[in-house]
Design a protein around this ligand. Structure first.
Ligand code: FE2
Length: 348
């Protein structure tokens, strides 16, 4: 491809995207990522790749006018007409048309050429990582879509089936999933790296929000002199009997460590002890997914300093986790340990 041909394609692309001008920067990012991926693939036709990157979203304006129109389909037709009119080789034109037609995740045509696979991956990678998050926040900000919605009781809705839109819902439904659907090896690598950034941002966001809401609501109650019911360390006196009330659970005491351990068939799943600063804590075991969720939800829950951080959390017992939540946390932990025990028993 000559510089002149490139500039002609650029000019045409910009003329098609006047009403979605901000999207033209997306075009260049896709092009640059595609060229990076191409370095690790064999037999890539750069003419086909560059032309399809530049033209892949020229149908966007039409899609904005009607939701019935698919920009990949209409864009492919527009590209065919433009390229043939400008004397491009017929075979190359059809290869470019295939790339454009198959680049969208909701297209019925799936990418089969290497150029189409690279375009698909590059286009999706632009929706992951810091760039992906920024794009969603700008777009949702313009539409007044909030970061999160709340249940009537003031708790966060962290649920992909939430009726209303929010950044949290978009993350759970889309941002969290995009990196799983790449075609090229290098595209997979880039997507994984960017997903890491997306995940850190999301986890931090929830962490900050949960911390502020949990702490702030309790402080506000104090201002109004309202009793903090079901909360506070005095209400945790039931902990030991609650744990021992579960079928198959017994306790032992380790004098050296000053640990009261709660076990099922020699395996412990909860420990009452003190943290490094001498505060009363409950160390509790659960699946890695639950462990992380709990750390995000409650400021009193941190990773355990003494035990495997993947499975173990430490809960400060001078915090404000409601009694009902605390019981739920113990129930989940007990069920998890029981399932491990059953697994082990069935294998023996
Ligand atoms: Fe795109």
């Amino acid at each position: 491809m000559t510089r002149q041909q490139f500039e002609k394609l650029e000019k045409y692309m910009k003329s098609c995207m006047e009403k979605v001008r901000h999207d033209t920067e997306h075009i260049y990012r896709v092009l640059y990522t595609a060229l990076e991926i191409a370095k690790f693939e064999k037999n890539v036709d750069k003419d086909i790749l560059i032309a399809s990157c530049l033209l892949h979203d020229i149908g966007k304006e039409h899609e904005l006018k009607s939701s019935q129109i698919r920009h990949a389909k209409v864009g492919a037709k527009m590209a065919r007409f433009f390229l043939v009119s400008n004397g491009w080789n017929r075979n190359k034109v059809e290869d470019i048309v295939h790339c454009i037609e198959s680049h969208s995740h909701n297209s019925d045509v799936k990418p089969h050429s290497i150029e189409a696979k690279i375009l698909y991956d590059s286009d999706k990678i632009d929706n992951i990582g810091a760039i992906g998050i920024s794009k969603v926040l700008i777009l949702q900000g313009k539409k007044d879509i909030p970061l999160y919605n709340l249940y009537p009781n003031g708790d966060f809705i962290e649920d992909r089936t939430d009726d209303k839109q929010s950044f949290i819902k978009t993350y759970l439904l889309h941002l969290k999933e995009i990196h799983k659907n790449m075609y090229t090896d290098y595209g997979k690598k880039l997507a994984r790296e960017r997903y890491h950034t997306t995940k850190i941002f999301y986890d931090k966001l929830l962490n900050e929000l949960n911390h502020e809401y949990n702490t702030g609501k309790t402080e506000l109650k104090k201002v109004f002199g309202e009793p903090i019911t079901e909360q506070g360390k005095n209400n945790y006196k039931w902990l030991e009997s609650y744990l021992l009330g579960k079928a198959g659970v017994y306790k032992d005491y380790n004098e050296n460590w000053n640990w009261t351990r709660f076990l099922i068939n020699k395996d412990m799943f909860a420990v009452l002890c003190k943290d490094l600063d001498g505060n009363d804590i409950l160390n509790i075991k659960s699946s890695p997914e639950i462990t992380n969720k709990l750390r995000r939800k409650y400021s009193e829950i941190k990773e355990c300093s003494y035990l495997n951080k993947l499975h173990w959390n430490s809960i400060r017992l001078d915090g404000y986790i409601p009694e009902s939540d605390m019981k739920k946390i113990i129930d989940i932990s007990y069920d998890f340990q029981l399932s491990l025990f059953k697994d082990k028993y069935s294998k023996e």
